[in-house]
Design a protein around this ligand. Structure first.
Ligand code: C2E
Ligand code: MG
Ligand code: MG
Ligand code: MG
Length: 279
């Protein structure tokens, strides 16, 4: 029923289409305003090394404080930002902000790498590399303090071009993480063609612990293969002791999730680091 009918020059939309259109228009105006008025911020969530039980890195996650709607979660605007192309500007802001934060954290006794999420659309942006290098230069970095998280959909579109841009980022000192692994269609053997260092097992596999034996078996074998291929392995969405016990037993290297900490503003993360032995 979601079909527009043109009757005598007037367009009639179904309620569903109308809602979607209105939401898109709201997001378009809202996101542009957010960029101009500085309504975005980054929250940081620790990634804990299961050997030392210390935070080795943090993931930067975007937050939007809208004047009209309060905190808007990324899942309700990233998709529109991707479709409209606004993700390029938003992503550029994320890279600059994370780079500035990395400079502020460069005085910590131990290095803390920051991972930023990149959309497929950003990877295809010819200005990504020059923007990234400009941000590094602005904050005096010759080697990148930032790593990037890509999803399988980034790779699916144009593999040759993706490998080219990934290699260029590698040369700047960026480690490349594959996010949400296991939800797409790529196999671990395909991944060996790509210059990846880290595989993040999707939250759905972690959520399956301890009830879903088949998913757990799948996770165990994926981790075993990833280990053989020398990838570092991160488990995301770790919430409980039993999940932590299981991922440790099967050889996961790093864990991220509410069990350790929620994503939080930079100053709260510094406090968290002090309380959890690092620095
Ligand atoms: P993601 O990259 O897979 O990030 C992990 C998501 O899981 C985050 O949601 C995080 O808050 C949430 N999470 C972490 N630990 C737990 C846990 O123990 N349990 C549960 N239930 N959830 C947990 P968030 O911040 O809402 O972000 C959602 C997605 O939005 C991200 O998924 C990523 O795909 C996208 N995103 C976030 N920030 C950015 C950004 O700066 N740029 C782009 N392109 N995408 C972003
Ligand atoms: Mg991520
Ligand atoms: Mg993820
Ligand atoms: Mg995701």
């Amino acid at each position: 029923a979601a079909k527009a009918a043109n009757k005598g020059g007037v367009m009639y939309f179904s309620r569903e289409m109308n809602n979607h259109l209105q939401e898109s228009m709201w997001l378009d105006g809202g996101l542009r305003q957010a960029l101009q008025e500085g309504q975005f911020s980054l929250h940081y969530q620790p990634q804990v090394c299961l050997r030392s039980m210390q935070a080795a890195s943090v993931e930067a996650l975007i937050r939007w404080q809208s004047t009209e709607r309060g905190m808007v979660p990324p899942l309700s605007f990233i998709r529109y930002a991707e479709d409209s192309g606004l993700i390029k500007q938003i992503g550029r802001w994320v890279i600059r902000e994370a780079m500035a934060q990395a400079r502020r954290w460069s005085t910590l006794p131990q290095p803390l790498r920051i991972s930023v999420n990149l959309s497929a659309r950003q990877l295809g942006d010819p200005e990504l590399l020059s923007d990234f290098m400009a941000a590094m230069q602005q904050h005096g970095f010759t080697q990148s303090p930032l790593d990037i998280e890509l999803t399988e959909s980034c790779i699916a579109s144009d593999e040759a071009r993706t490998i080219e841009i990934m290699s260029a980022m590698r040369a700047l000192g960026v480690n490349i993480h594959l996010d949400d692994f296991g939800t797409g269609y790529s196999s671990l053997s395909q991944l060996t063609r790509l210059p990846l260092q880290v595989i993040k097992m999707d939250q759905s596999f972690i959520r399956a612990i301890p009830a879903d034996a088949r998913s757990m078996a799948l996770l165990r074998s994926m981790v075993a293969v990833a280990q053989q291929l020398d990838f570092q392995i991160v488990a995301e969405g770790v919430e409980t002791d039993s999940q932590l016990d299981f991922i440790r037993e099967i050889g996961v290297d790093l864990a991220q999730g509410y069990h350790f900490a929620r994503p939080m503003p930079a100053d709260q993360l510094e406090q968290w680091l002090r309380q959890h032995g690092k620095p």
